[in-house]
Write a protein that binds this ligand. Sequence first.
Ligand SMILES: [Fe+2]
Length: 319
Amino acid sequence: MNKKRYKAIDKRLITEGSQISFNLFLTNETKSAMSLFLQSDTAVDGNAKVKLREIETLYVSEEDEERYNEYVAMHLQSIAKSSDIPTEQKARLVYQKATEAIDAMFKNPESLENVKNAQPVVNSFIDIILHDHSAVESLMKITAHDYYTHTHSINVSIYTLSLGSYLGIEGKDLEVLGMAAILHDLGKSKIDYEIINKNGKLTDDEFTQMKKHPALGHEIALKLGISDERILSGIRHHHEKMEGGGYPDNLKGDQISQFARIIGACDVFDALSTKRSYKDPMSSFESLLLMKQQMAGHLDMGMVDTFIKMLRKQGQGKS
Ligand SMILES: [Fe+2]
């Protein structure tokens, strides 16, 4: 049998009640041929779901692969809510979709469509985090790889959503907070690639360039028609410092919005605890200790303390 033209997929990602826009195949007993299981443009009813239990693996043809990927992206939230799929696998899947959404957003930050596509990703993270408290641990395992702006945006939104939810932010407000976090570094799409990806300390000139990203991101967001002040301030003010001296507006204390303070703390935490090409990662504990001992003038210590409590509760504080 020529299996090259088919790709095995996880049958648990096919959700009941959904409509598929691709053909689903299965192999016969001797695995010598593919036969059609469900035709494109068919609804996945209860009957099909029952039949699926008997089937080991489902396949899509190569030419349908893109449509299948779109389907998974569209149904990400039902997948995130599904109790059939282990948390770790859900976390991995949503993380992968998040990476794709962010890649598209950074490639073309002027596209409102791309920015809107980040919302289901944020909502799926919320579903995973709220429905399974061990999920943050699974998500953190995925976040512990090499660092670049796109994964950084995802990591910061995961930490921000956990911290926000721990602080009692919920519902629509939590969705807005997640969007602010995922968009916080959007302005970096306008900074020289070499500066963004430099291995090591930036020169003064490069740092001056880099410091423009919050205001640039704010500008892009305004152009896109984003009007929620909490998102706009999350983007513009995540590098402000509690005692002043941050950028771009040299704000102080309460002048910095709650969302920007949450994102600011999670931003520093991710930068310290993630591996970068020129430095080893610190453990969660070491990162938080450094933030607590050395960044009192910079970060909102209430946020840092809550972060410590949250990770301790999740069993992460011992690392
Ligand atoms: Fe930033």
